[in-house]
Design a protein around this ligand. Sequence first.
Ligand code: N7H
Length: 477
Amino acid sequence: MAQSLDLDDIQGLILHGYGELDDAYFVMLSIDDVAAAKRWLAEMAGEVRNSISRPYDPLCNVAFTIQGLRRLGVSDDAIGLFAREFQEGMSTPHRRRALGDHGDSAPERWRWGRPDENDSHVLLMLYANGETALQQLYDAHAPRFIAGGLREVHRLRSLTLEGRKEHFGFRDGIGQPIVEGIDKPGPDSNRVKAGEFILGYPNEYGQYSDRPLVPADGPGSLLPKAEDNPDLRDLGRNGTYMVFRQMAQDVHAFWSYLDGATRKPDDTSDPSAMIELASKMVGRWPSGAPLANSPSSDDPALQDDDNFLYHEADPDGYATPSASHIRRTNPRDMLGPDPGSKKSIAIGNRHRILRRGRAYGTPLAASMDPVDMLAAGDDGEERGLQFICFNTNIGRQFEFLYQTWVNNPRFAGTYNEPDPVIGDMDPQDDGGQGEFRVPQRPVRDRYTGLSRPVTIKGGAFFFFPGIRAVRYLSALP
Ligand code: N7H
């Protein structure tokens, strides 16, 4: 029996994604005046949107860096109980190796979230439908956070592209776990315990992921009781950890590589071969249709299809290559020791993330058609993905996925094949390049000379609290 969730206390982005609100600002704020900021936060606690219903009107959510929590007066004891990854930050030496953040993606070069940056405290996330509504929402909030002693240090814009595509031209946001306790249709293999994505509930191990429990007196009385320790209050409950990475995409380089790799014998472009190879790299066609259920051509009728496994029909990756982006970021039933079994799916479900990212920047071609994108050339503009995901165990979910699957050149029996879309092809920073093999009979096609078409421009881990926890933070002495 699935546990019921406190929908009134869970900020809406976790469970809804705000698909109807296609524009967003992510405003990074620094707390200059702590007392004023707490008054502002007390007001915000009454306004941040919860998860009760799918919203259509402008709204806000809030998140905090570890520095922000300290600045608001969270005790050292409580800070020490947050997940270690959140306490340490995204750019520790070990973590930057695991994530491939070096060279042009080195944290020292980031626009925000740099290791020397200590003044990003609160992230105000504003969502609205259309540019005008978003600007009005921002204009309504700005004087209030300024009066609340908060200074804007960064503002990131993001938007939903036509057909929910990302900048390379593929429909995104389809493969998602279904959070147990939410009434949503989908295969059982895809149903994952709420505690994997929301703190204070049991996870896939039947345990509670790391989060701070605090004394019940004073502001602690505002918080819900900890399920596993009713004498204490749960500062984490209904909150989670949010991973945010600004990932610039070199769309021209991506499609140029594909063009060069698929030219006809007379050296002219072969658009359908280009799209087919790109789809092999992603694991879905541009419409979103999965290669697993439509191996030889795109089928827009399957644009939201997330009902497939790999082992029985395609153990060797003839439809969806093992090295492809979606097969390695969610291997479904391919994990050992017993691929194809329920156990294999259960193991995979300990490494899921709930993605809530959106694009930023103008598309290279309005049509989002690869041929037009290629024809547009390199316009020098920055565009990409504001990658956002939720998980309660950053090490076991987001980070594991990156280190063990995305950046692993030997994933699932491959050789020198990191993720062809986002993987680190040059771990030594010495001009190394990646490969990608497409299993075919009788011999597989092998593509060499791949470079990563994505550069990291900023990033941080945040605590994305429950709404009562926002009230608690505003009431700290
Ligand atoms: Fe990925 N892309 O354009 O190729 N991603 N992703 N991603 N991604 C997915 O299934 C993309 C990134 C996952 O359940 C699709 O929703 C790009 C990071 C996971 O089958 C497409 C970037 C991480 C899935 C892209 C990027 C992931 C997934 C297919 C960066 C995690 C679901 C649409 C610029 C560390 C897998 C869909 C499943 C799907 C692309 C980043 C993870 C098209 C361009 C950083 C778990």
